[in-house]
Design a protein. Structure first.
Length: 338
C-alpha cells in the first residue's frame, strides 16, 4: 500500500518534492493526498506547472475549487494557518512533509501528530530534541519505528556530510573549513529593501552576499568528535539554483590528488551510488540543475597541499537533490513501521 503523504507548505521544496515524486516513478510507493498552503489554489497550480528553475512540469495539472489534479491523481488543497486544525486523521495521513520552513520544533511536530499524522519529516534542520536528524545514505539505517519526528537536515548538510564521512573514514580528518557558495533564496529582495540582516537588505542580483550559516553546527550534530574543529561561512551569489561547497580538511594520513579522486569515483559507483556522483567534465553550475544527487564531486578541482591539506569542490542542486532525499527518507521512515 502506498504511503499517504501530506505536504505542509508548498514553496520551493514542497513543489519540488511533489514533482520529484512523479518524475522518479514512485507513485505506486507514495501518494500525496493533501497540500496545505495559504496561497491561492490558482497560484499553487500555476507554480507547480511552470517553474523558472526546473522548467515545465510534464504531468497534466488542473485545479478545481479545493482539489488539485496531477494526471489521474486528485489532491486535497487546504489553506489552514493553524497546524493544530489540519485534518490529517480524516485524510489517513501517514507522513507529513513539513516544508513550510516555519515549523521545526518538537511542539510543532506533536501538533501534526495530534491532528492525526503518524510521522512528521521536516525539510530543514529543526530543533535538536527531535527524534532523529537524517542524512540519507549516511545514517538512515539508524531510524527506528519510535522515531516519529524527524528532520531531513538541510540541502548543504546532505551535500557535505557524505563527503566528510568518506574523507574521514579513509584519511582521518583532524579539522576543516567549509565555504558554501549558495544560489539566491526567497528571503532576499529583488531590489534593496529592509531586512533584519543588513547584508540581506541588498538586491540579490547585484552582489555576492555573505550570510550566516549553521552548517558547522550541522556537521557536529552528525560527527560530535568535530566539535570546535569545523567552521563554515556562506555567501549567496546571483543565480537562482545550484550550490557549490568548497571543503578544506586537514587529514592525518598522507594523501595525493589521485587517491582522493579514486575514493570519490569508486564511492559514487558503489557505497554512495545515487547519493554522491563524480565528474571530471568542464562543467558549470547550470549543468547541475535538476540533478537528483545530494553531492557531485568535481574531480578537476581537487587539490592537496603538503600531503595533508585537502581541498574539494562539491556541487548540488539545493532544491532537486534535497527533494529527492525527502522522498528517500520518507520511505525509510515508513519501512520502520507506524
Amino acid at each position: 500500500m502506498a504511503i499517504r503523504i501530506a505536504i505542509n507548505g508548498f514553496g520551493r521544496i514542497g513543489r519540488s518534492v511533489l514533482r520529484a515524486l512523479y518524475e522518479s516513478g514512485r507513485r505506486a510507493e507514495m501518494a500525496v493526498v493533501a497540500i496545505n498552503e495559504l496561497a491561492s489554489a490558482e497560484g499553487i497550480a500555476h507554480l507547480l506547472k511552470y517553474d523558472s528553475s526546473h522548467g515545465r512540469f510534464s504531468w497534466d495539472v488542473r485545479q478545481e475549487c479545493d482539489r488539485l489534479s496531477v494526471g489521474d491523481d486528485t489532491i486535497r488543497l487546504l489553506h489552514q494557518a493553524d497546524i493544530h486544525a489540519l485534518p490529517w486523521k480524516e485524510l489517513g495521513v501517514d507522513v507529513v512533509l513539513d516544508c513550510s520552513g516555519v515549523y521545526g520544533s518538537r511542539a510543532d511536530g506533536e501538533a501534526h501528530l495530534a491532528a492525526g499524522a503518524k510521522k512528521v519529516l521536516f525539510s530543514h534542520p529543526g530543533a535538536p530534541d527531535l527524534d532523529a536528524t537524517v542524512v540519507y545514505g549516511v545514517n538512515h539505517a539508524d531510524l527506528l519505528s519510535t522515531h516519529r519526528l524527524v528532520s531531513n537536515a538541510s540541502c548543504t548538510t546532505n551535500c557535505i556530510i557524505p563527503i566528510i564521512k568518506l574523507l574521514d573514514d579513509s584519511f582521518d580528518i583532524e579539522s576543516g573549513t567549509v565555504t558554501t557558495i549558495h544560489a539566491s533564496m526567497n528571503d532576499q529582495p529583488v531590489i534593496d529593501a529592509y531586512h533584519h540582516d543588513l547584508r540581506r537588505t541588498r538586491a540579490a542580483s547585484q552582489s555576492i552576499i555573505p550570510v550566516d550559516t549553521k552548517l558547522a553546527v550541522g556537521i557536529t550534530r552528525f560527527f560530535p568528535k568535530f566539535a570546535d574543529r569545523f567552521e563554515a561561512i556562506s555567501v549567496r551569489v546571483p543565480t537562482i539554483n545550484v550550490t557549490a561547497i568548497d571543503l578544506s580538511v586537514s587529514v592525518k594520513k598522507a594523501v595525493n590528488v589521485n587517491e582522493i579522486n579514486t575514493l570519490f569515483r569508486q564511492s559514487a559507483q558503489d557505497a554512495f551510488r545515487g547519493i554522491v556522483d563524480y565528474t571530471e567534465l568542464p562543467l558549470v553550475s547550470a549543468d547541475f540543475n535538476h540533478d537528483p544527487h545530494s553531492a557531485i564531486v568535481d574531480g578537476t578541482q581537487t587539490r592537496v597541499s603538503g600531503q595533508h591539506l585537502v581541498k574539494t569542490l562539491v556541487w548540488c542542486d539545493n532544491e532537486w537533490g534535497f527533494a529527492n532525499r525527502m522522498l528517500d527518507t520518507t520511505q525509510a521512515m515508513a519501512a520502520c513501521g507506524f
